[in-house]
Design a protein around this ligand. Structure first.
Ligand SMILES: Cc1cc2nc3c(=O)[nH]c(=O)nc-3n(C[C@H](O)[C@H](O)[C@H](O)COP(=O)(O)OP(=O)(O)OC[C@H]3O[C@@H](n4cnc5c(N)ncnc54)[C@H](O)[C@@H]3O)c2cc1C
Length: 474
C-alpha cells in the first residue's frame, strides 16, 4: 500500500479552540488549509462533542462554540479531517511532511507551513496505588461523562481528587451528567483575599466561578479542602482511598490520615501539561515555566517558533485556558498565512485580549500552587513506567548512579521508551529527579521519536516512503 497524499499551504495539527481558529484565519486569508485531529469530532478538550443523542452536554456553550468554530473554519475553506492522528513530522524541501494515521490508513500531508495546536494533557503524578484498576485521570472521567463514551462503575462511591480549577469543571460535569460524586478532595485552600483580588481584576469571570462553586455544592459531595490522596488501596482494584491534610510546610500529615471506604472510582487530576511531542520532534526550542504547566514550545507573539514556517498556538504554548488558546490560534493562523504571502490580518485587538486572558489564567494558577514536597515518596516497587514495567526503585537507582536528566533516565532504565513515549511516566520521572535535587528546568524533557503515537508498522513504512520521496524530489 502507498500512503494517500494531500498538499496544502498551511497544515494545522489540532482542531480544538486554537486549531480551529488558526485554520479559519489562514483560510480566510486565502491559504489552502488542512486541519488534522486525532479525535472523532472537532472541538478539542474544551469543546468536546458528545457522541450520544440527547446528551446533557449537547446545548452547553462550550459544545456549541466548538460547532460554531468548526463551521466557520469549513466555511472559510479549511478542510477538517478528524480521526487523523499525526504520528510524525519532518522538514522536506519547501515545507513539512506530516505522517498521519487516518483511521487505520496512512496519509502524508505536505504543507508549506505548519501550525501545531496540539493542546494539553493531564499531568499524571504517581502516588501509592495509582495503577490500580478504578483509579483514572480526572480528565478521563470528564471525557466519559461528556461524550457518553464510557460508564463509571455504579457500585462504590466516587472520589474526585487533586488540585486546580479543572477539578471544579469536572465536578460540574458530574452534576450535569447526573452522576453521583461522593467526595471532593482539593489539595489547596485558596485564600479568600487571593480569590477576591483576582475576581476584582477580572469581574467578567465572576459568574463562571460562582456557577462552578454552585455546581460543586449541588453534587452533594463531601468536600475535603487542604487534603491530598496519599494512597489508593485494594487487591484487584481500588477499594478504599486514604487522604491526609497538608501541614504548614506543604507535606501530608501522615498522623492524621482518613480512610474513605467502599470506593468504586478514584479520579485524580493535578492540572495539565502542554503537548509538545510534535514540536520537539520538529526540533523547535522549548522553555520551562511551572506556571504554564512546565515545558512548552517557545514562540514569539505571533506564534512563530524557532523553526522557520513552524508555528504554535493554544496550550502547546503553555496552559492558559480556552479563551487565550482561541485567540492565539487566530493570531498564529493569520501570521502563518501572511508569511507565505497571503494578506495579513490586523491582530492588535486579539493580542490585547490574549494578554488579558493569560493574566487571568496566571492569577488562577497562582492560587493553586504545587507544594514543594509533592508528589509523594513512593515505595521502590511502585510502577512508574507502565509501558516498560519500570518501578520507582529502578529510577531512584539510575539517578543515584548519575542519570541526572530525563533523557538519561530514559536511556538508563527504558522509562519513556514505550508506546506512550513518556506522556504518562514523564511527570513521575521528573518528580523523582526533583526529589533528588534536580529541578525540571535542569532535568529537561524527552524529545519524542518516531512514531509519536502507537501506530501499525505498515503505516509507518507507507508514510516514510512518502516522506522519502518528498525529501529526494528534485
Ligand atoms: C483532559 C482535559 C480536559 C479539559 N477540560 C476542560 C474543561 O472542561 N473546561 C475548560 O475550560 N478547559 C478544559 N481543559 C483545558 C482545555 O484544554 C483548554 O483550555 C482548551 O481546550 C485548549 O485549547 P487548545 O486548542 O489549545 O487544545 P485542545 O482543546 O486540547 O485541542 C488540541 C487538539 O489537538 C489534537 N491533537 C493533539 N495531538 C495530535 C496529533 N498528534 N495528531 C492529531 N491531533 C492531535 C487533540 O486531539 C485535540 O483535539 C481540558 C484539558 C484537558 C487536557
Amino acid at each position: 500500500m502507498t500512503a494517500e497524499r494531500l498538499s496544502c499551504d498551511v497544515a494545522v495539527v489540532g482542531a480544538g479552540p486554537a486549531g480551529l481558529a488558526a485554520a479559519s484565519a489562514a483560510a480566510t486569508a486565502g491559504a489552502s488549509v488542512i486541519c488534522l485531529d486525532a479525535f472523532g469530532q472537532p472541538g478539542g478538550q474544551y469543546a468536546m462533542q458528545p457522541t450520544q443523542a440527547g446528551s446533557a452536554f449537547a446545548e452547553t456553550s462550550a459544545v456549541l462554540s466548538g460547532q460554531d468554530a468548526a463551521q466557520q473554519a469549513a466555511a472559510a475553506g479549511a478542510k477538517i479531517l478528524c480521526g487523523a492522528e499525526v504520528f510524525w513530522g519532518a522538514p522536506v524541501p519547501g515545507g513539512f511532511c506530516l505522517s498521519v494515521n487516518r483511521q487505520g490508513s496512512a496519509l502524508a500531508v505536505e504543507a508549506r507551513a505548519v501550525v501545531v495546536a496540539a493542546g494539553a494533557m493531564e499531568r499524571p503524578l504517581p502516588f501509592p496505588g495509582w495503577t490500580l484498576p478504578g483509579v483514572i485521570g480526572a480528565g478521563a472521567a470528564q471525557r466519559m461523562l461528556k461524550t457518553g463514551s464510557g460508564a463509571l462503575p455504579m457500585t462504590g462511591s466516587t472520589v474526585l481528587a487533586g488540585s486546580g480549577p479543572f477539578l471544579l469543571a469536572v465536578a460540574q460535569s458530574f452534576a450535569r451528567a447526573g452522576q453521583p460524586l461522593d467526595h471532593f478532595v482539593e489539595m489547596q485552600r485558596p485564600s479568600l483575599t487571593g480569590l477576591t483580588g483576582l475576581f476584582m481584576r477580572h469581574p467578567d469571570r465572576v459568574f463562571e466561578a460562582m456557577r462552578l462553586g454552585r455546581d460543586l455544592r449541588g453534587t452533594g459531595a463531601t468536600r475535603h479542602f487542604g487534603h491530598i490522596v496519599t494512597r489508593a488501596i485494594g487487591r484487584d482494584r481500588v477499594e478504599a482511598v486514604e487522604i491526609a491534610p497538608l501541614d504548614g510546610s506543604g507535606r501530608p500529615d501522615m498522623s492524621r490520615t482518613t480512610r474513605i471506604e467502599r470506593v468504586g472510582t478514584l479520579a485524580v487530576g493535578y492540572g495539565f501539561q502542554p503537548v509538545i511531542d510534535l514540536t520537539t520532534a520538529l526540533g523547535a526550542a522549548h522553555d520551562f515555566d511551572a506556571a504554564l504547566g512546565g515545558w512548552h514550545c517557545r514562540a514569539d507573539d505571533d506564534g512563530a517558533t524557532t523553526i522557520p514556517n513552524l508555528w504554535a498556538a493554544g496550550e502547546t504554548l503553555g496552559i492558559g485556558g480556552a479563551a487565550p488558546a482561541q485567540l492565539s490560534g487566530r493570531i498564529a493562523g493569520g501570521a502563518a498565512a501572511a508569511a507565505l504571502g497571503f494578506p495579513a490580518d490586523d491582530t492588535a485587538e486579539p493580542r490585547k485580549r490574549v494578554r488579558r486572558a493569560r493574566a487571568f489564567a496566571a492569577g488562577l494558577a497562582a492560587l493553586f500552587p504545587m507544594p514543594r514536597h509533592l508528589p509523594l515518596e513512593l515505595p521502590d516497587d511502585e510502577l512508574i513506567c507502565r509501558c516498560e514495567d519500570i518501578r520507582a526503585g529502578d529510577i531512584a537507582t539510575a539517578i543515584a548512579e548519575g542519570a541526572h536528566e530525563s533523557f538519561a533516565v530514559k536511556t538508563w532504565t527504558r522509562a519513556g521508551m514505550g508506546p506512550c513515549q513518556g506522556r504518562i511516566c514523564g511527570a513521575g520521572v521528573a518528580a523523582a529527579l526533583a526529589r533528588a535535587g534536580i529541578p525540571s528546568e535542569t532535568a529537561s524533557y524527552n524529545r519524542a521519536h518516531l512514531p509519536l503515537r502507537p501506530v501499525p508498522l505498515p503505516l509507518v513504512r507507507d508514510a516514510m516512503e512518502a516522506q522519502n520521496q518528498m525529501e529526494t524530489r528534485a
